[in-house]
Write a protein that binds this ligand. Structure first.
Ligand SMILES: Nc1ncnc2c1ncn2[C@@H]1O[C@H](COP(=O)(O)OP(=O)(O)OP(=O)(O)O)[C@@H](O)[C@H]1O
Ligand SMILES: [Mg+2]
Length: 332
C-alpha cells in the first residue's frame, strides 16, 4: 500500500458554504445534479457531492472530482480497514456494506468481516449466519481454515465472513488467551493475499473485539452521524486508537471520518457538520452520506443500495467515497 494521506487545508466554513443558499436547497434545478432521494415522509435528502456550479461541498471544502480508479494488476495483499465508532447506529454497517460494494464495482476484491454479534452486516448482505462457520469459530479455534467461513454475496467480488450472536461469547473466551488482542490479526493473515481490501464492521463498543479489529487493521474509518451528540465519544475512540498504536499496532492510521445521515435542509444538520469539520479538519472526508430511507429499504431486501437503487444519489455517494479513499491512498 500506500503513501501518506495528503493534507487538505480546510477553508473557513460558513453556513452559506455548506448549503444554505437556495440553489443547494433545490437540487433538481441544478444542471448535472444526480438528484435528490425523497421518501414518502419527505424527510430524506441525499447530497450529490459531485454537482457542477457549487464551489464548495458540504464540508465547506471545494468539491473534487475523484478519478475513476484504474484496475489493479494483481490481487492483494489486502489493506485492512476497521469501521469503528462505539456509538451505536451511526452507519458503520451501512458504510461497510456499501463501501465494500462500491470497491467491488471498481474491480477490487473485497472481504467484509462481520464483527458484531448482532449479525446486521450478514443480514444486510443476505448471507447465511446460522449453521455455518462464522468469525467466532475462527477466533476461538473450533474452525481453523478461514476460507471455510467465506461466503459470496450477490455482488461479484464482494465476500463476507458472517457473525451471529455466538460472537458475544468471544470476549469471555479470549480473555485467558495468550496475545488475546491479536487473535483476529492471526486469522486474517491467512486470507490477506486473496483480497485487495478487507473491511471490519465493528460492534458499538471499545471492548476486546474492537481492540482485536484495531490490532489487525492498517487503517480506521470512523462513520459519524450528523446529529447533536455526534462528537461525544470520538475523543475516547481516537485515544483508544492511539493506545493501540503505542502498544499493539504501530502502523495503524486514521483513514478518515465520514459524515453520515446528513440532511442539508436542516440548520441542525449543517451546524453539526460544521462543528465536525472544525474539530477534525482534513480528517473529515469530503464525501458526505445523505440521509435517505433507501438504506433501511435496501437492508430489508438484503442487498447494498448500489444494487437496490444503483442510480440513487446515495449509491453515487458511496461510489464517491470509494474513489476518495483510493485517491487518498487509504485503499489500493
Ligand atoms: N444515510 C442514511 N440515511 C438514513 N438511514 C440510514 C443511513 N445510514 C444508515 N441508516 C440506517 O440507520 C440505522 C443504523 O445504521 P447502521 O446499522 O449502519 O449503523 P451502525 O453504526 O452499524 O449501528 P450499530 O452500532 O448498531 O452496529 C439502520 O437502520 C440503517 O438502515
Ligand atoms: Mg452495525
Amino acid at each position: 500500500m500506500t503513501g501518506p494521506v495528503p493534507t487538505i487545508t480546510a477553508p473557513t466554513i460558513t453556513l452559506a458554504a455548506i448549503g444554505v443558499d437556495a440553489a443547494h436547497e433545490a437540487p433538481t434545478s441544478t444542471p448535472g445534479h444526480a438528484g435528490t432521494g425523497t421518501s414518502g415522509t419527505g424527510t430524506s435528502v441525499t447530497l450529490d457531492s459531485g454537482s457542477i456550479g457549487l464551489p464548495n461541498g458540504p464540508t465547506g471544502r471545494p468539491r473534487t472530482e475523484f478519478a475513476t480508479p484504474a484496475p489493479l494488476a494483481k490481487t492483494g495483499p489486502a489493506r485492512i480497514v476497521a469501521l469503528c465508532n462505539q456509538k451505536g447506529g451511526v452507519g458503520k454497517t451501512t458504510t461497510s456494506i456499501n463501501l465494500g460494494a462500491a470497491l467491488a464495482e471498481y474491480g477490487r476484491k473485497v472481504l467484509i468481516i462481520d464483527f458484531d454479534p448482532q449479525g446486521a452486516l450478514s443480514a444486510g448482505l443476505g448471507v447465511q449466519s446460522h449453521d455455518v462457520v462464522t468469525i467466532y469459530d475462527l477466533l476461538i479455534g473450533t474452525a481453523r481454515d478461514p476460507f471455510l467461513a467465506i461466503q459470496p454475496t450477490s455482488i461479484p467480488g464482494l465476500d463476507v465472513i458472517p457473525a451471529n450472536i455466538d460472537l458475544s461469547a468471544a470476549e469471555v473466551h479470549l480473555v485467558n488467551e495468550v496475545a488475546r488482542e491479536q487473535t483476529l490479526a492471526r486469522v486474517l493473515r491467512r486470507v490477506v493475499d486473496s483480497y485487495d481490501v478487507i473491511l471490519i464492521d465493528c460492534q458499538p463498543s471499545l471492548g476486546l473485539l474492537t481492540v482485536n479489529a484495531l490490532a489487525a487493521a492498517h487503517g480506521v474509518l470512523i462513520p459519524l452521524e450528523c446529529e447533536y451528540f455526534a462528537l461525544r465519544g470520538v475523543a475516547l475512540l481516537v485515544e483508544t486508537i492511539d493506545k493501540v498504536r503505542d502498544r499493539l499496532n504501530p502502523a495503524i492510521e486514521l483513514d478518515g471520518i465520514v459524515a453520515t445521515m446528513y440532511d442539508s435542509r436542516t440548520l441542525h444538520g449543517r451546524e453539526v457538520l460544521d462543528r465536525v469539520v472544525e474539530a477534525f479538519e482534513d480528517q473529515v472526508l469530503e464525501t458526505v452520506i445523505g440521509r435517505t430511507v433507501k438504506f433501511p429499504d435496501a437492508s430489508v431486501a438484503g442487498v447494498p443500495i448500489l444494487q437496490f437503487a444503483p442510480d440513487h444519489a446515495a449509491a453515487q455517494a458511496y461510489r464517491q467515497l470509494a474513489r476518495e479513499l483510493i485517491s487518498r491512498g487509504a485503499v489500493d
